[in-house]
Design a protein around this ligand. Structure first.
Ligand code: GUN
Ligand code: ZN
Length: 640
């Protein structure tokens, strides 16, 4: 059972419950070689706090002594480990050394017999060098073996490994078929060579192609990924579990892992690590240790690095800043940066899970920041949901925020001359009425611009100007004789934000007839929108977006056909949700596929009647696949 407790885009935090306890994700499982404990499982649990590890059932089964002990006392006792134990099946040995002498059935039986919590199918490791046909056959065999494992699993959870080499369609297809089986965790397999060879853009293809086919209600394990440098990017892509054998393997070769790569002790001139294993050491004193002690010290250092980065990833993820961390981490190696850039090819897929707003501001870290799905979202909405108050556009260059304050007098003059002020921002053209919404206002960019982005920006500007139907476009200032009345900026702002957020038809239903605005006495910002005497919307100070009031929701229900903005719950849930309880996924009958996380939604009953308003935490696909968890954080109900 996997419960998602938090998320940011594809990245999520969750809890995986197994028969030996719970794992909080994202989590990294150190690989324990059952023959040699570089660091003992007890130390991993107690000193490092790794509540789950992975070991190899094939190695145990092939060693008579270990096999007998594992069968008689059980795996947990044999390893002296109280946490969750995942076992691998021998697939990796077949990748390293060729054929293995065990059948899928035998290794599943064995994993069950030794009390593994999460066992692994004997999948076929699809090498990046393989032909498509060979890969396809291997995927078919892997799927057959997975079906066999599922039929035998009883109380053992099963890893259903997604294979498919570097063929994206095969990955997606394999993932889809895996998702339809009763497996518990989805590792993405066959990626070790890609990581070893720093082929990160292909790694991104493989992971995203797999994610596209997988069921969002199961954790995804990136098999063999344990270097701290890939964690932020991998969690960003929606991977929940990782494993690392390298902490011990590298230690054997005197190699130290750091967030920016791996360094040989022999080449290092200075030790800049203050982890408990390095504390008090210098490069020289580490070198002077005897082989065994040195190996242990470096392995512990490596584990501290991994643990530290995992914690950093969790902190950024919980703060909604994982993009920022991943962008910064990817600067440590051009191959990683290539991976991050490849992620742009999947912007449309990423946009579906991109939240409508976040608590904190968006920080620019370089040109890659422009590839974030928030930018695509903005360009899509601004070219389809904006209707200007006049047919004449006046362009301004960004000079500070908020625009309405920095350009207060200019905007005023511009409006009196019949122009609509538009600011050229890093997000593209921003109509002055939208200058307070997320992420436009809640973002920090350096004032000096890059010089290699001109064309894309020009395209967006022309597309915007054309779609908005402007007949005249000028750079402000212009000499003008005309001095009109201008227009009601507050109402235009309310209208523009409502269109951006809810679409044009819904906005027309919300902002109609006589409009009164309640504004903050301190900041002058809109608080409440009252249309024809009804309080329809309230504006949040934090992200400049609206929350929907009951009267507003009812107007949308009658003016805009379903499923727009709706999440429909069954009759059992109606009495609870209408009282203000959250709407749980299992009660949802259907949801608008266009809903994005953190978006305002209307909870309806099966007859499309109003039940409540709230914010969606998940997308329609996610809601449909989850058996547990909240779909809508409900704000208010009818109370009847
Ligand atoms: N360890 C690293 N990669 C793999 C893989 O593709 N399959 C299995 N079972 N284990 C792995
Ligand atoms: Zn260290």
């Amino acid at each position: 059972m996997f419960e998602i407790t938090g998320r940011d885009g594809l990245a999520r935090m969750g809890v995986l419950t197994t028969k030996s306890g719970k794992i909080e994700t994202p989590a990294l499982l150190p690989v324990v070689n059952p023959k040699i404990f570089t660091v003992t499982p007890r130390e991993l649990y107690e000193e490092f706090g790794f509540k789950a590890l992975i070991t190899n059932s094939y190695i145990i089964r092939n060693n008579e002594d270990l096999k007998q002990r594992a069968l008689s006392e059980g795996l947990h006792k044999m390893l002296d480990y109280d946490g969750v134990i995942m076992t691998d099946s021998g697939t990796f040995q077949s990748h390293m050394y060729g054929e293995v002498e065990v059948t899928n059935k035998e290794i599943i039986e064995f994993q069950k017999a030794i009390g593994t919590d999460i066992g692994t199918v004997l999948d076929i490791f699809t090498e990046p060098s393989w032909s498509e046909e060979k890969t396809k056959n291997a995927v078919d065999v892997t799927l057959e073996r997975t079906a066999e494992a599922v039929s035998m699993k009883e109380d053992m959870m099963i890893n259903g490994v997604v294979q498919g080499s570097v063929y994206n369609d095969l990955r997606t297809e394999c993932a889809r078929r895996m998702a339809s089986m009763d497996v518990d965790v989805h590792p993405v397999g066959g990626v070790v060579p890609l990581m070893e060879q720093y082929r990160f853009s292909e790694l991104v293809d493989v992971v995203i192609s797999s994610k596209i086919g997988l069921n969002p209600n199961r954790p995804v394990h990136l098999f063999g990924a344990g270097h701290p440098m890939v964690l932020a990017l991998s969690v960003l892509m929606g991977c929940d579990l990782f494993d690392s054998a390298s902490y011990a393997k590298f230690a054997r070769d005197d190699r130290l892992m750091f967030i920016d790569g791996t360094h040989r002790l022999g080449d290092m001139k200075h030790l800049d690590c203050d982890c408990p294993a390095c504390r008090g050491h210098t490069v020289e004193s580490l070198r002077a240790l005897d082989k065994k002690d040195r190996e242990k010290a470096i392995a512990r250092h490596n584990l501290y690095q991994i643990r530290g980065e995992m914690n950093t990833v969790k902190r950024y993820l919980s703060e909604g800043r994982l993009w920022e961390l991943a962008e910064n981490r990817c600067r440590s190696h051009p191959a990683l940066l290539e991976g991050l850039r490849r992620l742009y090819d999947y912007s449309e897929f990423l946009e579906r899970t991109e939240p409508i707003s976040r608590d904190g501001a968006m920080f620019y870290s370089g040109v890659e920041t422009r590839g974030r799905p928030s930018f695509l979202r903005y360009s899509q909405r601004i070219t389809s949901r904006y209707v200007p108050p006049t047919k004449k556009a006046a362009l301004f260059l960004e000079s500070g925020k908020p625009y309405s304050r920095c350009y207060a007098e200019e905007f005023d003059a511009c409006r009196r001359a019949g122009f609509t002020p538009i600011v050229i921002s890093p997000f593209g053209p921003v109509p002055a009425e939208l200058d307070e919404i997320y992420p436009l206002a809640q973002s920090v960019f350096p004032m000096q611009r890059e010089y290699d982005i001109g064309e894309e920006e020009d395209d967006l500007l022309s597309c915007f100007l054309e779609k908005a139907g402007f007949e005249e476009v000028v750079m402000w200032p212009v000499d003008t004789e005309t001095e009109g009345e201008g227009y009601d900026v507050g109402v235009e702002r309310a209208r523009a934000v409502a269109r951006y957020q809810f679409g044009n038809d819904a906005a027309d239903a919300l902002i109609r007839g006589r409009i009164e605005l309640v504004t903050s006495r301190k900041t002058g910002k809109i608080r409440n929108v009252i249309s024809e005497g009804e309080h329809v919307l309230s504006m949040r100070a934090g992200d400049g977006l609206f929350t929907l009031r009951e009267e507003g929701a009812r107007r949308i229900l009658s003016a805009v056909p379903a499923p727009h903005m709706r999440i429909t719950v069954n009759d059992d849930a109606v009495p609870f949700v209408s009282q203000g309880r959250n709407a749980f996924c299992r009660f949802v009958l259907s949801a608008d596929p266009e809903i994005r996380p953190m978006e305002e939604v209307i909870v309806t009953d099966a007859e499309d009647r109003f039940v409540a308003t709230g914010r969606a935490l998940l997308t329609a696909d996610e809601i449909a696949s989850m058996s547990k968890g909240v779909a809508v954080k409900v704000r208010s109900g009818t109370g009847d």
